[in-house]
Design a protein around this ligand. Structure first.
Ligand code: ADP
Ligand code: UDP
Length: 237
């Protein structure tokens, strides 16, 4: 497999073509951003930590029967993935209230959401990723009805796999964002599952271990990402 030109440079990752039209190389950079890209920093080793973290979680999901784009780790920062046509939507699942849900509805952080709740956001940096409902998605053609149903089904199945995995490591998986795409008519999980797109708290102390450490200037961001991985059973060496 030969790496070719950079097709897309996002806020945290770059995507490269390969000599095979069905595969891409995803490069995890050290760039870290929050608040729609307004806060930006380079966090040394974050790319490498997230690359390994993502591979670990994607493999767990695949074993549990979730279709994903993950093929294999290539090196410290790069992963080979299936080339998807991404749907322009972010799927957020929430087990506990935090972040924009608290701000929007005026509720306390940490309130248990029973059952877990689900939100679609339109992937648009220019618009600040607004929340959208299923009628918007259908009327504006962002996804078909079966794709909406499948995204929700897979998101909740993923939540049923990941929630106990984190709990076993003494952590609460508060909320996270997933992105899906299409390949040959099949819908599968794309992008990444890393602490950059999740909220994870220590089960006993409720200490924040995820990207909120970056958003709120709590320090030791990458060390904390590594700690989450280690508590899930991942070895970084
Ligand atoms: P952003 O675009 O939000 O700045 P990233 O820096 O993470 O995000 O860039 C990665 C980009 O690659 C995202 O736009 C994501 O939708 C896209 N992507 C993820 N997985 C795939 C895939 N398998 N095929 C094609 N594009 C993908
Ligand atoms: N999230 C993300 N990318 C986005 C928006 C949200 O990864 O563009 C993740 C975020 O890290 C959190 C969850 O989705 O784990 C819910 O985010 P929320 O809507 O609360 O937004 P925030 O307050 O984090 O901006």
């Amino acid at each position: 497999m030969e790496k070719r030109e950079e097709l897309y440079r996002g806020k945290a990752k770059s995507v490269f073509a390969t000599d095979d039209p069905e595969h891409l190389v995803m490069l995890f950079r050290d760039d870290t951003s929050a608040f729609d890209g307004k806060k930006r920093e380079q966090l040394e080793r974050k790319g490498s930590v997230n690359n390994k973290f993502n591979a670990f979680v994607m493999e767990k999901l695949a074993v549990a029967g979730i279709p994903t784009h993950f093929v294999r780790l290539l090196d410290d920062r790069e992963t080979l993935v299936k080339r998807l046509t991404m749907l322009p939507l972010e799927c957020v699942v929430r087990n506990l209230a935090a972040g924009s849900l608290c701000r929007r509805y005026g509720i306390d952080e940490g309130r248990v959401l029973s059952p877990p709740t689900f939100e679609f956001f339109l992937k648009s940096d220019a618009l600040g990723d607004p929340m959208v409902n299923e009628y918007h998605i259908h009327s504006l053609g962002w996804a078909e009805a079966w794709q909406v149903a499948r995204m929700k089904e897979l998101t909740f199945r993923i939540n049923d796999i990941l929630t106990p995995l984190f709990l076993a490591g003494g952590m609460v998986l508060v909320d996270y964002k997933l992105e899906f795409g299409l390949m040959n008519g099949a819908l599968m999980l794309g992008d990444e599952v890393t602490p950059d797109g999740c909220r994870v708290w220590d089960r006993d102390t409720l200490e924040k271990l995820d990207k909120d450490r970056f958003r709120q200037d709590l320090g030791r961001v990458v060390e904390s990402y590594e700690l989450i991985g280690q508590r899930l059973g991942l070895r970084f060496d």
